[in-house]
Design a protein around this ligand. Sequence first.
Ligand code: BES
Ligand code: MG
Ligand code: ZN
Length: 493
Amino acid sequence: MEKQIIWRVEKSWPQKEQGLRVFMISDERVFFTIYQELEDKLKVYKERKLDKSLLLTASDLTSADYFVPLNQFKHLNVWEAVKCAALQAYKEAVALKISPLVLVLDAPEASGFHKKALEGIILGAYAYEQFKSDPKDRDKEDFCPEVVFVVGGLDLPIIEADLRRLEKVCKTVNRVRDLVNHPPAFLGPEEFVDEAVKSAGRCGLQIDLWDENRLLKESYNGLLAVGRGSSKPPRMVMLTYEPETAESGVIPHVVLVGKGITFDSGGLSLKPGASMVDMKSDMAGAAAVLGALEIIGQLGAQVKVTGILALAENMPSGDAQAPGDIIVMKNGKSVEVKNTDAEGRLILVDALQLGASLKPDYMVDAATLTGACRVALGIQVAAVLGRDRDLISRLIKSGEESGEIIWELPLEKAYLEDMKSDFADISNIGNSAYGGTITASLFLSEFVPEEIPWAHLDIAGPAYPGKKWKYFAPGATGFGARLMAGLVKNLQK
Ligand code: BES
Ligand code: MG
Ligand code: ZN
């Protein structure tokens, strides 16, 4: 659950005031180079037995209480390093039970650093602990120091407003993480719909819902086929954000689509036990799309945004779809289901077809689609595939801004050969052991009309890395929400 981080912005912080005083280097060019120098000084500092052993500082070494060794974050880019460093300082203040934690960021180039520091602290203080019954195992009972940003001559109201917006973003990311971390018994398709309804109310979004009857009437046969094995029927949700006052006549329209398998057992092509454990996270794409819509709803944008969540549970049962079954999709194309564990693509094509019918300027889907993506890129990097250079570049740029790294894989049409079926138009898996992320994306692309600028994000790695990572506690990271919201923000004229 989320810890409330109390923070404020001050012009200055007199030396005599109490608090754990932390300095940050404000110039990103010297952020790391200066460190080497500081490390030497730090040795001296430690020898003076000041006993506050870590350093994160700028010019005035002597007034710093706390030193965060930055070289431990050297593998990260500077923004990610600031997030980690700020979190470390925060945790030290918690451990020492000192409040406030004073972050001195008063140099002219420091403006971006405040946001990154607060982001590291809010995302880093989150842990999913609601089922830990022993308070000793829970973080949330801990002492919560206040965080003070000292901004000197910088424009205080602007920084404060920036931080307020950032706080909303981070709280939303933590809500996304809650959704992903909730066990399958607590969050099936219906409960996910309830969450979407609440978000819509909170963030001023329009909402449209499909239950199993409406899905049947409108031939969303992928969702119905995948959902058949579960006692919890499938659902689809469409959320729309439109600015109240369009400043320019025509604003861009973006459709975001998310894979929402609330639990993926593999279906009758059952996964081995160990591979199933983390599959409550198979709705991370849908959660990220919901999060992106929430962020946009709260902060506003001169862009129309539609989010489509495809929600189902993939279970084996007497009524489950069987390998060899053939689904005729809404557009008439038939799919042979050679493996019921390749279910994400089956539900996504329904949502992508609905999205394409809106004729958006851009369409992006996010999905924990393939284990192959974790093999290809590891757990820290997501894949992007698509056929629109402009959209792919925009996504990569947005990811660079938010610290969510994505890397392009080729949508290599030659591999479509691997997806032939003897009985249907296409098979839902490739017949080769290799290139699984590409074949999955090619499958999707077969259902997205050529004229729609579309890209697919395979977030199977970083959405739920399976261990603690950077400033993230074990479990969900909310990957994709900031990235997609950033794409939208950057599209504003
Ligand atoms: N949800 C999984 C992909 C996944 C695996 C996400 C591990 C996160 C961690 C997906 O539905 C799946 O099972 N994909 C299969 C596809 C295969 C049957 C072609 C896979 O990756 O094994
Ligand atoms: Mg699967
Ligand atoms: Zn899945």
